[in-house]
Design a protein around this ligand. Structure first.
Ligand SMILES: [Zn+2]
Length: 216
C-alpha cells in the first residue's frame, strides 16, 4: 500500500503515521527523517540542504523532492510506504504523481485526519509543561487543578506554541495551504477522511477500518 497521511497540527499525525505504518508493515517516510538522514549521512543533497538551513533559508523544493525520490527508490519502499509531511502543496503532489508513474506505481490512498478546530485548540491549549523536568500535563485530561508537576513538584507553564492564539493561527495556515491539496486528491478519488477525535488507539482503529477495502 502506498499512502500519504495529511492532518492538521494537533491531530496526532506523527503518532498515527507510526502506528498505521507498523500495522501495514510499510516504512513510515517523513520529510523530517529524510532531512536528518541526509544531513547526518553527509550526502550531497544533505550538504546542499544544510547550506540553506545554516543561512536560515528555506530548503528549495527541488532538494526536498530529490531526497524524497532517493528515499522512495530504496529497497524497503518498493512494496509500499506511508508518506508524512510530503507533499505539502499541489505542485509537489503533481511531481510525486509523475515520480511514482516513472517507477510504474501510483498512490493508493490519501488519508486525511479530520479534527474539529475547537477540539484541537482544547487539546493543545490545555497543555502545561513542567519547568523542571519537562513533563507535559493536561488541564482536562490529567484533571490538573494546580500548576504543580505531580512527578517532581516543579511549576507548570504554558509554552508559547500551546497558546490559543498561536494554535488558531497554525490551524489557519494549515487550512490555507492544505485545502487545495485535499481538493486535488479528492478529484483523484483517492481521498479518505478519518475522524481523529478521541484516544490514539481508537483513531488508529478507525484508520485501519478505512484502509481495509484497499488492502489487496
Ligand atoms: Zn516535573
Amino acid at each position: 500500500m502506498r499512502l500519504v497521511l495529511v492532518g492538521p497540527p494537533g491531530a496526532g499525525k506523527g503518532t498515527q503515521a507510526q502506528y498505521i505504518a507498523s500495522n501495514l508493515s510499510i516504512p513510515k517516510i517523513s520529510t523530517g527523517d529524510i532531512f536528518r538522514a541526509n544531513v547526518s549521512g553527509g550526502t550531497e543533497l544533505g550538504k546542499l540542504a544544510k547550506e540553506y538551513m545554516d543561512r536560515g533559508d528555506l530548503v528549495p523544493d527541488e532538494v526536498t523532492i530529490a531526497m524524497v525520490r532517493d528515499r522512495l527508490s530504496e529497497d524497503d519502499a518498493q512494496d509500499g510506504f506511508l508518506l508524512d509531511g510530503f507533499p505539502r502543496n499541489v505542485p509537489q503532489a503533481e511531481i510525486l504523481k509523475k515520480m511514482l508513474a516513472e517507477f510504474g506505481v501510483a498512490l493508493d490512498i490519501v488519508l486525511e485526519l479530520v479534527v474539529d478546530e475547537d477540539e484541537v485548540v482544547r487539546r493543545l491549549a490545555g497543555r502545561r509543561t513542567c519547568s523542571q523536568c519537562g513533563r507535559i500535563w493536561h488541564v482536562d485530561f490529567d484533571d490538573k487543578k494546580d500548576d504543580v508537576c505531580d512527578a517532581c513538584g516543579g511549576s507548570l507553564y504554558q509554552r508559547d506554541d500551546d497558546k490559543e492564539e498561536t494554535v488558531r493561527r497554525r490551524l489557519e495556515v494549515y487550512q490555507e495551504q492544505t485545502a487545495p491539496l485535499i481538493t486535488f486528491y479528492a478529484d483523484e478519488e483517492i481521498l479518505v477522511g478519518v475522524d481523529a477525535a478521541g484516544p490514539v488507539e481508537e483513531v488508529t482503529g478507525r484508520a485501519m477500518e478505512a484502509l481495509a477495502p484497499y488492502i489487496g
